[in-house]
Design a protein. Structure first.
Length: 182
């Protein structure tokens, strides 16, 4: 049996190695998996909940993402409600944002319970956190309406908040964005 010359073996080995592709390009940034923040009423919603991507998912008989705005009530009432079922689970998580006296595009603080509310609940736990609830001992965050165009029927914005209640895990919502046709 005759072996090929060393240069041919080396060339074959190098050719084989050059066909390998690196499959691990490192960890994926969760924020890159969120829908883009838009100003067009693109019917999008997404945020990170404790660092994990959180978007509407599942169906319980009503829309898993709804936004309403009533300019004629209480100086303008904004109400956003979202839920998600994790695959294979009958347990849902709910996120709700609310603001009254929301008559223009600007930032609203969740530390003002008479004007705003941020809520998060998970059917897997007995905890339901709300920035309006006196049991919630830590509440920080903002809702920023970036576009409120009643003629075009578009509302969009960003949000972030952190809520904590003794006996419950804290909930940290970051990089939130929404856009909806009214």
């Amino acid at each position: 049996m005759r072996l090929p010359p060393a240069p041919l073996l080396l060339l074959a080995a190098l050719l084989g190695l050059s066909q390998c592709k690196k499959s691990d390009s490192g960890p994926i940034d969760p924020a890159s998996q969120l829908p883009p923040a838009t100003q067009t009423g693109a019917n999008t919603f997404g945020c990170l909940v404790n660092g994990q991507v959180w978007t509407p998912q599942g169906y319980n008989g009503r829309s898993n993402y709804s936004v309403s705005y009533d300019a004629g009530l209480n100086g303008g009432i904004f109400d956003l409600a979202v839920y998600r079922y994790n695959s294979g689970s009958s347990k849902a998580q709910y996120l709700r944002l609310y603001a009254n006296q929301a008559s223009q595009a600007k930032s609203y603080s969740f530390r003002s319970p008479q004007q705003t509310d941020a809520r998060f609940s998970d059917d897997k736990t007995p905890c339901s956190l709300s920035s309006r609830d006196s049991a919630t001992t830590y509440r920080r965050g903002t809702l920023t309406i970036t576009r409120l165009d009643l003629k075009a029927g578009i509302i969009s914005g960003t949000f972030d908040f952190t809520l904590y209640q003794p006996g419950c895990d804290s909930v940290r919502v970051t990089q939130g964005r929404f856009g909806k046709k009214l």
